[in-house]
Design a protein around this ligand. Structure first.
Ligand SMILES: NC(=O)c1ccc[n+]([C@@H]2O[C@H](COP(=O)([O-])OP(=O)(O)OC[C@H]3O[C@@H](n4cnc5c(N)ncnc54)[C@H](O)[C@@H]3O)[C@@H](O)[C@H]2O)c1
Length: 258
């Protein structure tokens, strides 16, 4: 690695970035943040109108929004090909797409609940990351893969989220394996583990008393905003983070300390 020309900028101007879950709570903030940093974005989610709304609020131009269900593994190659063709390459993947199905009674968890969460959160993540990494290897310029875990990987989850937490534990382990696998190609792989962030996912079926307790138990005194995560994703893709790989970044306002 050559000597850095030091700059406070992220170094993302004109770089192609794929963002999944791009119209979700965190994904939309991540998309706007990367656009502000000058990146060109391919935004993936399952609802065109919501993607269009997010992209219409983004700085820059040349961004693309695609409706894709990432559980359809056959769609992955085409998504990456589109990014290469229309963005000029893929420097980073920020993979926020995931699902949570709470079950306050563990005996109510069905095989369907298990498959839905593990398929989306872990299986699709593995295959999509591998497809993106394969393109990065072919391009020979290195790259960044940023995955999303959760505080649940450490705590086992709150409010009926054991299965979700298991999928997020898998993300931490898998991202370490991917970091070892792809490091020799100059591809850094890291995971962000948010604490509690105010998004549709957190608030779905959440007992208000649990929300109150989360606020009280967070040393910084509030439940996080999506922007509190977006800056960390930009940092991990930036020049400043070029020697970080295999890390799990705890972004929880001090709720967890590790
Ligand atoms: N909000 C929190 O408190 C919190 C805490 C810990 C971890 N996280 C993690 O952060 C990430 C973002 O969460 P969020 O709170 O923004 O959730 P969200 O539900 O607001 O957004 C998730 C997005 O992913 C999309 N998505 C789901 N399945 C998909 C599929 N098969 N194909 C394409 N898109 C799909 C959804 O449509 C949605 O827009 C997730 O990985 C989540 O597990 C969130």
């Amino acid at each position: 690695m050559s000597e850095a020309k030091w700059s406070v900028g992220a170094g993302l101007e004109g770089r192609g970035v794929i963002i999944t879950g791009a119209s979700g709570g965190i994904g939309s903030a991540v998309t706007k943040a990367f656009a502000s940093a000058g990146a060109r974005i391919l935004a993936i989610d399952i609802n065109q109108e919501r993607i269009d709304t997010v992209l219409s609020d983004c700085d820059g131009d040349g961004h693309i929004g695609l409706v894709e269900d990432l559980n359809d593994l056959d769609s992955h190659e085409g998504i990456v090909e589109r990014a290469v063709r229309d963005l000029g390459g893929v420097f980073a993947l920020v993979h926020t797409a995931a699902v949570l199905r709470r079950a306050s009674n563990i005996d109510a968890v069905t095989e369907g609940d298990w498959d839905f969460q593990l398929d989306t959160n872990l299986k699709a993540t593995f295959f999509f990351s591998r497809t993106v990494a394969s393109e990065m290897i072919d391009a020979g310029q290195g790259g960044r893969i940023i995955l999303f875990s959760s505080q649940g990987w450490q705590t086992g989850g709150f409010g009926g989220s054991v299965v979700y937490a298991a999928s997020k534990g898998g993300i931490v382990t898998m991202s370490r394996g991917l970091a070892r696998t792809y490091g020799p190609h100059g591809i850094a792989v890291n995971t962000i583990a948010p604490g509690q962030i105010k998004t549709p996912m957190l608030l779905t079926d959440l007992d208000p008393a649990v929300y109150e307790r989360m606020t009280k138990d967070t040393p910084l005194g509030y439940v996080g905003e999506p922007e509190d995560i977006a800056g960390v994703a930009v940092f991990l893709a930036s020049d400043h983070a070029r020697y970080i790989s295999g890390a799990t970044i705890n972004v929880s306002g001090g709720f967890l300390m590790y």
